[in-house]
Ligand binder design. Structure first.
Ligand SMILES: CC(C)(COP(=O)(O)OP(=O)(O)OC[C@H]1O[C@@H](n2cnc3c(N)ncnc32)[C@H](O)[C@@H]1OP(=O)(O)O)[C@@H](O)C(=O)NCCC(=O)NCCS
Length: 163
């Protein structure tokens, strides 16, 4: 996947909202990203641009209240017509790289294990961590060599306001 990946700019917000809504077929996840941004909890918001400069992919990493130095990955969105081309994978790999380069220790994700285990996430890594989302779909990826401190996983407030 060699299309350009970049940080969101302030004027991207409406296009990102539209993309996420189209990918999920509902507005909840787009509203979540808007709320995270407004609250200052959006740690990373990356977009992929298509051939004409339109936004065709997006990923968000948000700050967790706990554990320290850990992030939540959600949501990942690819425009319906371009799904299955590796765009989602490219966004996730870049987000992981950014988090690792900034000294983050862990990324948590709630998603389909068939998809996320290919990218290094697993249920076993998340298992010691208490979380309201804990279960078969709750995964984590350790970013450093050192074991991260085990503490309850507390998502940013915007997740609690999800419909
Ligand atoms: C999930 C999503 C981000 C993946 O992005 P993508 O660019 O389509 O995926 P990639 O091209 O990187 O990977 C494609 C592979 O993942 C699989 N895959 C795609 N979406 C999947 C999903 N939700 N669950 C399991 N596997 C999935 C495909 O079957 C494909 O597998 P194959 O290579 O064996 O054929 C994208 O399909 C999307 O926006 N879906 C709607 C929103 C959503 O469900 N987001 C994820 C939850 S946060």
């Amino acid at each position: 996947m060699s299309l350009p990946l970049r940080q969101e700019r302030p004027d991207d917000a409406p296009a990102i909202h539209a993309l996420i809504t189209a990918a999920f077929g509902q507005e909840d996840e787009a509203n979540l990203v808007d709320a995270l941004r407004q609250d200052g909890d959006l740690w990373l918001s990356l977009v992929m641009e298509g051939e004409d400069g339109e936004i065709i992919g997006h990923i968000a990493l948000s700050r967790l209240k706990s554990p320290k130095n850990a992030l939540a990955l959600a949501p990942v969105s690819v425009t319906p017509k371009r799904q299955g081309e590796g765009i989602g994978g490219a966004l996730i790999r870049r987000a992981i790289k950014e988090a690792r380069s900034k000294g983050k220790t862990l990324i948590f994700v709630l998603g389909d294990p068939a998809y996320y285990t290919r990218l290094g996430f697993n249920v076993e890594t998340a298992a010691p961590f208490d979380c309201i989302y804990a279960g078969d779909y709750f995964m984590a990826l350790e970013l450093g060599d050192e074991k991260a401190e085990v503490a309850p996983v507390v998502y940013a407030d915007a997740f609690g306001r999800l419909g």
